[in-house]
Design a protein around this ligand. Structure first.
Ligand code: AMP
Length: 282
């Protein structure tokens, strides 16, 4: 696996692949990789002839009191895992490569509407940072397709909207959420959890399953959301939201079809965890 740290090396690598007529698949990450990330590489390999991953802990998507400084950085181990998973190249830009005029002076993206709700409401500016870095990565890497996890459901919708609205010629491929046997969604942030917190964290997926069952049984959305929040609070979570939405993330009451998604974001101690469950109502 070739590692590219600057744009010159990246463009040479991509240019050669394009000349060879290869279809290029891209898997952007923030590192500290787990099986969920490697499954994205596997999916990209099924759709493309050459897979490039990136690792970049993006400062513009973290709020001032969030975990940017302590976000786990495990570059060596990640590179080994990516190579084993069949990644052909790794883009490892520094902050200077990503933001040559500095993060404060960078041209920013704003995706309207969808970024004001759920995580966007609780993490102001977060999705501007995500859209900004993904647009830059797309422009630098110029892949044919890019894989994003359904674990970050709202992020996936933001990227789809941006990509379609800006006419990026890139197919966005969603990947299923990989979970521990306990149901806990795999996440780099799980490693902040103590053993006890990790056991408690499994309640998020159980609560999502209860929300789905209640929704299918016809319980009013407001009651489902109140019950879910109360359940999580009783277990020691500080809940940002527990909501049922349409698949487009419009309020469930305005859904155009039968597809729904239950979404939870909650803190256990200082660790913020998110998860979701997609389903159909009969
Ligand atoms: P991150 O490094 O957390 O920014 O995640 C990079 C990519 O991996 C994003 O597209 C995430 O949605 C995806 N991802 C993270 N955790 C999982 C998981 N448990 N299952 C599937 N995809 C995931």
């Amino acid at each position: 696996m070739q590692t590219c740290r600057d744009l010159g090396a990246l463009r040479e690598r991509i240019g050669t692949w394009k000349q060879e007529g290869r279809r290029i698949g891209f898997v952007p990450t923030m590192g500290n990789l787990h099986a969920g990330h490697y499954a994205l590489v596997e999916l990209a390999r099924q759709h493309c002839d050459a897979v490039i991953a990136s690792i970049f802990v993006n400062p513009t998507q973290f709020g001032p009191n969030e975990d940017y400084a302590r976000y786990p950085r495990t570059e060596q181990r990640d590179a080994e895992g990516l190579a084993q998973a069949g990644t052909a190249a790794l883009f490892l830009p520094s902050v200077d490569v990503m933001y040559p005029f500095g993060a404060m002076g960078c041209v920013q993206m704003h995706v309207p509407g969808i970024t004001d709700i759920l995580c966007g409401a609780h993490r102001p500016g977060h999705f501007n940072g995500v859209a900004t870095v993904v647009a830059r990565l797309f422009n630098m890497v110029q892949p044919d397709c890019a894989v994003f996890g359904r674990k970050d459901y709202q992020q996936l919708q933001v990227i789809r909207y941006m990509s379609e609205e800006l006419s990026f010629p890139i197919e966005i491929i969603p990947a299923p959420t990989l979970r521990e046997a306990s149901g806990l969604a795999m996440s780099s942030r799980n490693q902040y959890l103590s053993d006890e917190e990790r056991a408690t964290a499994t309640a998020i997926y159980r609560t999502l399953e209860s929300m789905r069952a209640a929704c299918i049984a016809g319980t009013p959305t407001a009651k489902i959301e109140q019950d879910a929040e109360a359940e999580l609070q009783s277990l020691g979570f500080t809940v940002d939201y527990a909501e049922i939405r349409s698949a487009t993330l419009a309020p469930a009451s305005r859904a155009m079809d039968t597809r729904r998604v239950a979404l939870i974001a909650a803190f256990l101690g200082r660790t913020r965890l998110i998860d979701n469950l997609e389903f159909e109502i009969p």
